[in-house]
Design a protein around this ligand. Sequence first.
Ligand code: ZN
Ligand code: ZN
Length: 355
Amino acid sequence: MTAMKGVFLPGDFTAVLRDVEVPTPGPGQLLVRVGASGICGSDLSYIYRGHKTHVGQEGAAYKGVVAGHEPSGQVVETGPGCRRFGVGDRVIVYHISGCGRCSNCRRGHMISCSDPERRSAYGWQRDGGHAEYILVEESTAVPLPDELSYVDGALIACGFGTAYEGLLRTGVGGRDDLLVVGLGPVGLAAAMIARGLGATRVLGVERSPERAAHARSLGLFDEVLIADDGVAEAVDEATGGRGCSVTMDCSGAAAGRSVAIRGAAEWGRVSLVGEGGRLETEVSDLLLHRQLTLYASWVTSLQAMEELAFRLVRWGASPQRLVTDVLPLEKADEAYRLADSGRTGKVCLVPSLDR
Ligand SMILES: [Zn+2]
Ligand SMILES: [Zn+2]
Protein backbone atom coordinates (compact mmCIF):
# COMPACT_ATOMS: atom_id res chain seq x y z
CA MET A 1 0.00 0.00 0.00
CA THR A 2 1.24 3.44 -0.89
CA ALA A 3 0.94 6.23 1.61
CA MET A 4 -0.37 9.73 0.95
CA LYS A 5 -0.86 12.91 2.93
CA GLY A 6 -4.28 13.71 4.37
CA VAL A 7 -5.49 16.70 6.41
CA PHE A 8 -7.29 16.20 9.73
CA LEU A 9 -9.08 18.80 11.85
CA PRO A 10 -8.75 18.09 15.60
CA GLY A 11 -11.17 20.94 16.42
CA ASP A 12 -8.66 23.20 18.15
CA PHE A 13 -8.08 25.77 15.37
CA THR A 14 -5.42 23.65 13.69
CA ALA A 15 -5.20 21.51 10.56
CA VAL A 16 -2.87 18.54 10.88
CA LEU A 17 -1.18 16.57 8.11
CA ARG A 18 -0.95 12.78 8.58
CA ASP A 19 0.14 9.83 6.46
CA VAL A 20 -2.74 7.62 5.39
CA GLU A 21 -3.03 4.71 2.97
CA VAL A 22 -4.12 5.29 -0.61
CA PRO A 23 -7.47 3.45 -0.70
CA THR A 24 -8.46 0.75 -3.18
CA PRO A 25 -11.82 1.16 -4.92
CA GLY A 26 -14.42 -1.49 -4.14
CA PRO A 27 -17.54 -2.27 -6.18
CA GLY A 28 -19.12 0.89 -7.59
CA GLN A 29 -16.27 3.08 -6.34
CA LEU A 30 -13.75 5.34 -8.06
CA LEU A 31 -10.28 6.32 -6.91
CA VAL A 32 -9.93 10.01 -7.77
CA ARG A 33 -6.67 11.93 -7.75
CA VAL A 34 -7.67 15.21 -6.15
CA GLY A 35 -7.15 18.27 -8.33
CA ALA A 36 -8.52 20.80 -5.84
CA SER A 37 -10.41 20.75 -2.55
CA GLY A 38 -12.22 23.77 -1.15
CA ILE A 39 -12.38 24.99 2.43
CA CYS A 40 -15.99 25.73 3.40
CA GLY A 41 -17.64 27.91 6.02
CA SER A 42 -19.18 24.74 7.47
CA ASP A 43 -15.70 23.19 7.88
CA LEU A 44 -14.78 26.22 9.97
CA SER A 45 -17.95 26.48 12.09
CA TYR A 46 -18.60 22.79 12.71
CA ILE A 47 -15.13 21.21 12.68
CA TYR A 48 -12.11 23.54 12.74
CA ARG A 49 -13.21 25.76 15.66
CA GLY A 50 -14.52 22.79 17.65
CA HIS A 51 -16.50 19.69 16.70
CA LYS A 52 -20.22 20.46 16.66
CA THR A 53 -23.33 18.71 15.42
CA HIS A 54 -25.98 20.36 13.24
CA VAL A 55 -29.20 20.77 15.23
CA GLY A 56 -31.57 17.94 14.29
CA GLN A 57 -28.81 16.01 12.52
CA GLU A 58 -27.75 13.51 15.16
CA GLY A 59 -24.70 11.57 14.11
CA ALA A 60 -23.77 14.19 11.52
CA ALA A 61 -20.69 15.41 13.33
CA TYR A 62 -17.11 15.04 12.16
CA LYS A 63 -15.76 11.55 12.71
CA GLY A 64 -12.04 12.32 12.63
CA VAL A 65 -11.67 11.46 8.93
CA VAL A 66 -9.65 13.20 6.20
CA ALA A 67 -11.40 16.58 5.94
CA GLY A 68 -12.78 18.36 2.87
CA HIS A 69 -16.20 17.95 1.27
CA GLU A 70 -15.55 20.00 -1.86
CA PRO A 71 -13.26 17.91 -4.05
CA SER A 72 -12.78 17.61 -7.77
CA GLY A 73 -10.21 15.58 -9.62
CA GLN A 74 -9.45 12.85 -12.11
CA VAL A 75 -10.39 9.18 -11.97
CA VAL A 76 -7.26 7.01 -11.79
CA GLU A 77 -8.81 3.63 -10.94
CA THR A 78 -12.29 2.10 -10.99
CA GLY A 79 -13.72 -0.67 -8.84
CA PRO A 80 -15.83 -3.53 -10.23
CA GLY A 81 -19.19 -2.58 -11.68
CA CYS A 82 -18.53 1.12 -12.43
CA ARG A 83 -20.42 2.02 -15.58
CA ARG A 84 -20.47 5.76 -16.12
CA PHE A 85 -16.97 6.94 -15.30
CA GLY A 86 -13.60 5.51 -16.31
CA VAL A 87 -9.90 6.19 -15.87
CA GLY A 88 -9.01 9.69 -17.07
CA ASP A 89 -12.46 11.21 -16.53
CA ARG A 90 -12.58 14.52 -14.70
CA VAL A 91 -15.20 14.66 -11.96
CA ILE A 92 -16.77 16.84 -9.31
CA VAL A 93 -17.70 15.02 -6.11
CA TYR A 94 -21.14 15.65 -4.61
CA HIS A 95 -20.83 16.14 -0.81
CA ILE A 96 -22.56 13.09 0.44
CA SER A 97 -23.18 9.48 -0.40
CA GLY A 98 -26.70 8.40 0.45
CA CYS A 99 -28.55 5.08 0.46
CA GLY A 100 -29.61 5.64 -3.17
CA ARG A 101 -33.05 4.20 -2.37
CA CYS A 102 -34.99 6.70 -0.23
CA SER A 103 -37.12 9.34 -1.92
CA ASN A 104 -34.62 12.16 -1.33
CA CYS A 105 -31.76 10.10 -2.80
CA ARG A 106 -33.98 9.30 -5.79
CA ARG A 107 -34.53 13.03 -6.27
CA GLY A 108 -30.75 13.44 -6.30
CA HIS A 109 -30.82 15.16 -2.90
CA MET A 110 -28.48 12.73 -1.15
CA ILE A 111 -27.83 15.55 1.33
CA SER A 112 -31.27 14.74 2.78
CA CYS A 113 -30.94 10.94 2.69
CA SER A 114 -33.25 9.49 5.33
CA ASP A 115 -31.16 6.38 6.05
CA PRO A 116 -28.81 7.32 8.91
CA GLU A 117 -26.87 4.05 8.51
CA ARG A 118 -25.92 4.82 4.93
CA ARG A 119 -25.86 8.60 4.76
CA SER A 120 -22.22 9.60 4.87
CA ALA A 121 -20.66 12.95 4.00
CA TYR A 122 -17.16 13.24 2.54
CA GLY A 123 -14.89 15.02 4.99
CA TRP A 124 -17.32 14.42 7.87
CA GLN A 125 -18.11 10.72 8.23
CA ARG A 126 -15.93 9.34 5.44
CA ASP A 127 -12.57 10.46 4.08
CA GLY A 128 -12.77 13.70 2.12
CA GLY A 129 -10.81 15.67 -0.43
CA HIS A 130 -7.98 17.23 1.60
CA ALA A 131 -5.63 14.48 0.42
CA GLU A 132 -3.84 13.35 -2.70
CA TYR A 133 -6.52 10.76 -3.46
CA ILE A 134 -10.14 10.24 -2.45
CA LEU A 135 -12.33 7.16 -2.65
CA VAL A 136 -15.63 8.16 -4.27
CA GLU A 137 -18.92 6.35 -4.86
CA GLU A 138 -19.53 6.45 -8.61
CA SER A 139 -23.12 7.49 -7.83
CA THR A 140 -21.82 10.74 -6.26
CA ALA A 141 -19.56 11.78 -9.15
CA VAL A 142 -20.63 14.48 -11.60
CA PRO A 143 -18.76 15.21 -14.85
CA LEU A 144 -16.38 18.18 -14.76
CA PRO A 145 -16.45 19.76 -18.25
CA ASP A 146 -13.07 20.17 -19.97
CA GLU A 147 -13.52 23.95 -20.09
CA LEU A 148 -13.51 24.14 -16.28
CA SER A 149 -10.49 23.79 -13.99
CA TYR A 150 -10.28 21.57 -10.91
CA VAL A 151 -10.58 24.70 -8.77
CA ASP A 152 -13.80 25.52 -10.66
CA GLY A 153 -14.94 21.97 -9.88
CA ALA A 154 -14.19 22.32 -6.17
CA LEU A 155 -16.28 25.48 -6.04
CA ILE A 156 -19.20 23.84 -7.82
CA ALA A 157 -19.02 20.90 -5.38
CA CYS A 158 -20.45 23.06 -2.59
CA GLY A 159 -20.83 26.84 -2.69
CA PHE A 160 -21.91 27.21 -6.31
CA GLY A 161 -24.28 24.27 -6.01
CA THR A 162 -25.81 25.77 -2.88
CA ALA A 163 -26.19 29.20 -4.48
CA TYR A 164 -27.65 27.73 -7.69
CA GLU A 165 -30.27 25.70 -5.84
CA GLY A 166 -31.24 28.66 -3.64
CA LEU A 167 -31.73 30.79 -6.75
CA LEU A 168 -33.58 28.08 -8.70
CA ARG A 169 -36.17 27.89 -5.90
CA THR A 170 -36.99 31.57 -6.46
CA GLY A 171 -37.16 31.20 -10.25
CA VAL A 172 -34.96 34.31 -10.60
CA GLY A 173 -34.61 35.49 -14.21
CA GLY A 174 -34.77 38.42 -16.57
CA ARG A 175 -37.73 40.06 -14.83
CA ASP A 176 -35.89 40.23 -11.53
CA ASP A 177 -33.37 42.21 -9.62
CA LEU A 178 -31.48 40.45 -6.85
CA LEU A 179 -30.16 41.48 -3.46
CA VAL A 180 -27.48 39.17 -2.02
CA VAL A 181 -26.73 39.51 1.70
CA GLY A 182 -23.37 38.16 2.89
CA LEU A 183 -20.63 38.22 0.26
CA GLY A 184 -18.56 35.25 1.29
CA PRO A 185 -17.96 32.56 -1.32
CA VAL A 186 -21.66 31.53 -1.54
CA GLY A 187 -22.87 35.11 -1.92
CA LEU A 188 -20.33 35.81 -4.66
CA ALA A 189 -21.35 32.58 -6.40
CA ALA A 190 -24.99 33.68 -6.24
CA ALA A 191 -24.12 36.93 -8.02
CA MET A 192 -22.20 35.15 -10.77
CA ILE A 193 -24.96 32.59 -11.30
CA ALA A 194 -27.74 35.20 -11.20
CA ARG A 195 -25.97 37.05 -14.02
CA GLY A 196 -26.07 33.84 -16.04
CA LEU A 197 -29.74 33.30 -15.19
CA GLY A 198 -30.48 36.79 -16.49
CA ALA A 199 -31.13 38.89 -13.35
CA THR A 200 -31.11 42.49 -14.55
CA ARG A 201 -29.53 44.08 -11.52
CA VAL A 202 -27.53 42.53 -8.68
CA LEU A 203 -26.94 44.33 -5.40
CA GLY A 204 -24.78 43.06 -2.56
CA VAL A 205 -24.68 43.73 1.19
CA GLU A 206 -21.62 42.85 3.27
CA ARG A 207 -20.43 43.66 6.77
CA SER A 208 -16.68 43.23 6.27
CA PRO A 209 -15.01 46.11 4.38
CA GLU A 210 -12.36 43.71 2.99
CA ARG A 211 -14.99 41.37 1.59
CA ALA A 212 -17.01 44.28 0.21
CA ALA A 213 -13.89 45.58 -1.57
CA HIS A 214 -13.17 42.13 -2.99
CA ALA A 215 -16.78 41.83 -4.20
CA ARG A 216 -16.57 45.23 -5.90
CA SER A 217 -13.31 44.27 -7.63
CA LEU A 218 -14.99 41.25 -9.26
CA GLY A 219 -17.45 43.41 -11.18
CA LEU A 220 -20.38 41.08 -10.50
CA PHE A 221 -22.46 43.63 -8.59
CA ASP A 222 -24.09 46.85 -9.68
CA GLU A 223 -23.61 48.11 -6.16
CA VAL A 224 -22.13 46.75 -2.92
CA LEU A 225 -23.53 48.27 0.28
CA ILE A 226 -21.96 48.05 3.71
CA ALA A 227 -24.11 46.35 6.35
CA ASP A 228 -24.11 49.07 8.99
CA ASP A 229 -26.98 50.73 10.87
CA GLY A 230 -28.11 52.55 7.73
CA VAL A 231 -28.23 49.52 5.45
CA ALA A 232 -32.04 49.41 5.15
CA GLU A 233 -32.09 53.02 3.96
CA ALA A 234 -29.17 52.33 1.61
CA VAL A 235 -31.13 49.46 0.01
CA ASP A 236 -34.18 51.75 -0.32
CA GLU A 237 -32.06 54.37 -1.98
CA ALA A 238 -30.44 51.90 -4.37
CA THR A 239 -33.82 50.49 -5.42
CA GLY A 240 -35.94 53.64 -5.56
CA GLY A 241 -37.72 52.54 -2.38
CA ARG A 242 -39.07 49.37 -4.03
CA GLY A 243 -36.65 46.72 -2.79
CA CYS A 244 -35.55 43.78 -4.96
CA SER A 245 -37.93 41.17 -6.37
CA VAL A 246 -35.57 38.42 -5.17
CA THR A 247 -33.31 38.53 -2.12
CA MET A 248 -31.02 35.88 -0.74
CA ASP A 249 -29.36 35.54 2.63
CA CYS A 250 -25.95 33.90 2.49
CA SER A 251 -24.73 35.44 5.77
CA GLY A 252 -26.25 32.88 8.12
CA ALA A 253 -26.77 35.68 10.67
CA ALA A 254 -30.09 36.87 12.10
CA ALA A 255 -29.24 40.47 11.16
CA GLY A 256 -28.42 39.44 7.58
CA ARG A 257 -31.71 37.58 7.22
CA SER A 258 -33.53 40.69 8.43
CA VAL A 259 -31.81 42.74 5.73
CA ALA A 260 -32.88 40.17 3.11
CA ILE A 261 -36.51 40.31 4.27
CA ARG A 262 -36.61 44.07 4.67
CA GLY A 263 -34.92 44.51 1.27
CA ALA A 264 -37.46 42.40 -0.63
CA ALA A 265 -40.01 44.14 -2.84
CA GLU A 266 -43.75 43.54 -2.38
CA TRP A 267 -44.57 40.04 -3.71
CA GLY A 268 -40.84 39.33 -3.48
CA ARG A 269 -39.18 35.96 -2.94
CA VAL A 270 -36.62 35.54 -0.17
CA SER A 271 -34.20 32.63 -0.26
CA LEU A 272 -32.34 31.47 2.85
CA VAL A 273 -29.19 29.43 2.30
CA GLY A 274 -26.83 30.69 5.04
CA GLU A 275 -26.41 28.09 7.80
CA GLY A 276 -26.88 28.43 11.53
CA GLY A 277 -28.34 30.99 13.90
CA ARG A 278 -31.90 32.21 14.02
CA LEU A 279 -34.53 33.94 11.93
CA GLU A 280 -36.13 36.83 13.77
CA THR A 281 -38.79 38.82 12.00
CA GLU A 282 -41.93 40.80 12.53
CA VAL A 283 -44.64 38.82 10.75
CA SER A 284 -47.57 41.05 9.78
CA ASP A 285 -46.02 44.20 8.37
CA LEU A 286 -42.82 42.65 7.06
CA LEU A 287 -44.01 39.29 5.68
CA LEU A 288 -47.81 38.98 5.34
CA HIS A 289 -48.76 42.48 4.30
CA ARG A 290 -45.96 42.55 1.75
CA GLN A 291 -46.98 39.15 0.29
CA LEU A 292 -43.50 37.66 0.60
CA THR A 293 -42.53 34.07 -0.14
CA LEU A 294 -39.69 32.52 1.88
CA TYR A 295 -37.62 29.62 0.57
CA ALA A 296 -35.23 27.55 2.66
CA SER A 297 -32.72 25.56 0.68
CA TRP A 298 -29.97 23.16 1.75
CA VAL A 299 -27.18 22.33 -0.70
CA THR A 300 -28.44 20.97 -4.03
CA SER A 301 -29.18 17.84 -6.02
CA LEU A 302 -26.82 15.74 -8.13
CA GLN A 303 -28.79 16.72 -11.24
CA ALA A 304 -28.66 20.45 -10.50
CA MET A 305 -24.91 20.24 -9.86
CA GLU A 306 -24.34 18.53 -13.20
CA GLU A 307 -26.57 21.05 -14.96
CA LEU A 308 -24.81 23.96 -13.26
CA ALA A 309 -21.35 22.82 -14.42
CA PHE A 310 -22.66 22.72 -17.99
CA ARG A 311 -24.42 26.09 -17.66
CA LEU A 312 -21.32 27.82 -16.31
CA VAL A 313 -19.45 26.79 -19.45
CA ARG A 314 -22.26 28.18 -21.64
CA TRP A 315 -22.25 31.43 -19.69
CA GLY A 316 -18.50 31.72 -20.02
CA ALA A 317 -18.37 32.06 -16.23
CA SER A 318 -15.26 31.25 -14.25
CA PRO A 319 -15.97 30.24 -10.64
CA GLN A 320 -12.26 30.21 -9.78
CA ARG A 321 -12.24 34.01 -10.11
CA LEU A 322 -13.70 34.02 -6.60
CA VAL A 323 -10.70 32.19 -5.17
CA THR A 324 -8.28 34.49 -3.41
CA ASP A 325 -5.89 31.88 -2.07
CA VAL A 326 -4.71 28.52 -3.42
CA LEU A 327 -2.35 26.66 -1.11
CA PRO A 328 -0.70 23.25 -1.32
CA LEU A 329 -1.87 20.49 1.00
CA GLU A 330 1.31 20.89 3.09
CA LYS A 331 0.13 24.39 4.04
CA ALA A 332 -3.33 23.30 5.16
CA ASP A 333 -2.87 24.88 8.60
CA GLU A 334 -2.08 28.25 7.05
CA ALA A 335 -4.95 27.85 4.56
CA TYR A 336 -7.45 27.23 7.37
CA ARG A 337 -6.15 30.17 9.37
CA LEU A 338 -6.59 32.39 6.31
CA ALA A 339 -10.10 31.10 5.62
CA ASP A 340 -11.00 31.55 9.31
CA SER A 341 -9.88 35.18 9.26
CA GLY A 342 -13.09 35.99 7.33
CA ARG A 343 -11.19 38.50 5.23
CA THR A 344 -10.55 36.33 2.18
CA GLY A 345 -12.61 35.08 -0.72
CA LYS A 346 -12.60 31.34 -1.26
CA VAL A 347 -9.57 29.37 -0.09
CA CYS A 348 -8.65 26.12 -1.89
CA LEU A 349 -6.15 23.37 -1.27
CA VAL A 350 -4.35 21.65 -4.13
CA PRO A 351 -2.14 18.58 -3.71
CA SER A 352 0.93 20.40 -4.94
CA LEU A 353 1.33 23.77 -6.60
CA ASP A 354 3.20 22.40 -9.60
CA ARG A 355 0.31 20.14 -10.67
ZN1 ZN B 1 -19.07 23.31 1.65
ZN1 ZN C 1 -31.22 7.86 0.89
